[in-house]
Design a protein around this ligand. Structure first.
Ligand code: HEC
Length: 135
């Protein structure tokens, strides 16, 4: 009888831990969805198109980009936590409009920037900004 109770208490403890983990995971997913909804509202871009656009313009050759396989360049800094940055390129306030304009033509803000204008359109840059702010 004693053994059965001990076993039962293990099962219950396991259940409590499992439920707690499910709760944490659900919150994680909800936070992510909220971040992505905010990013879409801020930029009017479509983040689902971003991975293909990052690839087409070679962004990943120079930057580490979270969630984009093979995007592990070290020429520029990693494009992580963009929504928490104060400045873009260290020279201009981090706003959705400035991020889009930076991606299209960095020299507009920083004449000596080593980042090239890639020929990306403003609409495509919006999709990338939506993705980066949603991370
Ligand atoms: C040839 C290498 C190269 C390519 C290609 C490139 N970048 Fe950059 N990027 C850089 C460098 C170097 C910097 C830092 C420049 C500076 O601060 O003036 C930078 C800075 C940035 C920043 C500002 C980051 C920060 O920490 O403030 C963003 C955002 C960015 N790049 C996005 C992109 C996107 C999106 C693409 C593709 C359309 C791209 N880059 C393509 C080299 C590159």
């Amino acid at each position: 009888m004693q053994v059965a109770y001990t076993r039962l208490s293990y099962v219950l403890a396991g259940l409590v831990v499992a439920l707690a983990l499910i709760g944490v995971a659900a919150n994680f997913v909800k936070d992510r969805e909220r971040r992505q909804a905010v990013a879409i509202a801020l930029t009017a871009g479509d983040p689902t198109r971003a991975p293909e656009i990052f690839r087409r313009y070679g962004c990943g050759g120079c930057h580490l980009i979270p969630g984009v396989p093979g995007a592990d360049g070290k020429v520029g800094g990693p494009l992580t936590d963009l929504r928490q940055r104060v400045y873009i390129g260290g020279v201009v306030n981090n706003t959705p409009e400035n991020l889009v304009q930076w991606i299209v033509f960095p020299q507009r803000f920083s004449a000596n920037s080593a980042m090239p204008a890639t020929g990306i359109s403003e609409a495509e840059a919006r999709d990338l900004a939506a993705y980066l702010y949603g991370q």
